[in-house]
Design a binder for this molecule. Structure first.
Ligand code: MLT
Length: 248
C-alpha cells in the first residue's frame, strides 16, 4: 500500500486521492478548530468556500441552529458569530449547533479532494483518534494520502511536522508500505522537533503571524496532543464525528 504526504494541496493529482483514505492536516488552525468543535458537542461542521457562501447556506437553517464561523487573514469575519480560534468553540457556544465555516486554506483543501474513499481531519489535538483509523486502513491495504493545507499554496512547518508524526507512527512491515519523498522528509522534520510542538509553532511563519496578531493562546491549544479524541469525517458535504451515530 501507499502512504504519501503532500506538503501543499496543489501538488495532489486526482489519482492520488481516488479510493484512498485522505487525511487533511491544517494544524493552525482549521483542523484543530474542527476537532475542538466536534469534541465539544457541535452537531456538524459544514465547510464552504467563502463568506458569501456561508451566508447563502445559512438561509437553509433556523438562525438559532447555526453558527457562522471563519476567518479572513486570521481575524473573524465581520458579522459572523465566531472566528477560527479553537478556544472559542467551547461547549457552551457549540453544543448541538451546525457550524458553517470558511477558512483560507483548510476548507479549500478539503473541498478540493476528489473521489476519496474517506476524508478525515487531523491535527495534534485529535492525533491518536485519526491514527487509529489510519492503522486500520493500512492493515487492510487501503492507500493513504496525507494532505497538508499549507498557507496560500506554500509549505508550512507545522503541517509537515504533524504529517511526519503520523507517518512515523504507522507500523511499517518490511516492504509492505511505500512512501513518497515528502513522507520521508516529513519524518525528518518530525524527528527534529519531537514532542516540542511549541517550538514548531515558534519557528513557523504562520505560528509567528498568529502570535503577533494576538492569537498566542490558540498555539497553546493546538499543541495539546489528544485533547479532543475525535475523528472528524467529511461525507455528504458536512463534517461529523465518527462514532455510534455516524458509522462509515
Ligand atoms: C486556514 O484555514 O487558512 C487557517 O486555519 C488560517 C487560520 O489560522 O485561521
Amino acid at each position: 500500500m501507499r502512504l504519501d504526504v503532500f506538503f501543499t494541496p496543489n501538488q495532489v493529482k486526482p489519482i492520488e486521492t481516488a479510493g484512498r483514505l485522505v487525511v487533511i492536516v491544517d494544524v493552525l488552525r482549521a483542523s484543530t478548530t474542527v476537532a475542538t468543535a466536534l469534541g465539544n458537542g457541535a452537531r456538524t461542521v459544514i465547510p464552504v468556500e467563502g463568506a458569501d457562501e456561508v451566508i447563502t447556506r445559512s438561509r437553509d437553517f433556523a438562525r438559532s441552529q447555526i453558527l457562522l464561523a471563519g476567518e479572513h487573514k486570521m481575524y473573524p469575519i465581520t458579522g459572523f458569530d465566531i472566528g477560527n480560534s479553537p478556544q472559542a468553540f467551547t461547549p457552551a457556544v457549540v453544543e448541538g449547533k451546525t457550524i458553517l465555516i470558511t477558512t483560507t486554506n483548510g476548507t479549500r483543501t478539503l473541498l478540493g479532494v476528489q473521489n476519496a474513499r474517506d476524508i478525515v481531519i487531523a491535527s495534534y489535538v485529535n492525533f491518536s483518534a485519526v491514527l487509529a483509523m489510519m492503522k486500520v486502513a493500512a492493515s487492510s491495504n487501503t492507500d493513504i494520502a496525507i494532505i497538508c493545507a499549507g498557507e496560500e499554496g506554500s509549505f508550512t512547518l507545522e503541517d509537515a511536522a504533524c504529517a511526519g508524526r503520523y507517518v512515523r507512527a504507522i507500523p511499517k512491515r518490511a516492504d509492505s508500505i511505500q512512501t513518497n519523498d515528502a513522507a520521508a522528509a516529513s519524518v525528518v522534520i518530525e524527528k527534529k522537533y519531537g514532542d516540542n510542538i511549541a517550538k514548531v509553532f515558534k519557528e513557523s511563519s504562520h505560528g509567528q503571524a498568529l502570535k503577533s496578531a494576538g492569537f498566542g493562546d490558540d498555539l497553546a491549544a493546538a499543541a495539546q496532543v489528544d485533547s479532543y479524541p475525535v475523528v472528524p469525517i467529511y461525507q455528504d458535504r458536512q463534517i461529523t464525528k465518527l462514532g455510534p451515530e455516524r458509522a462509515r
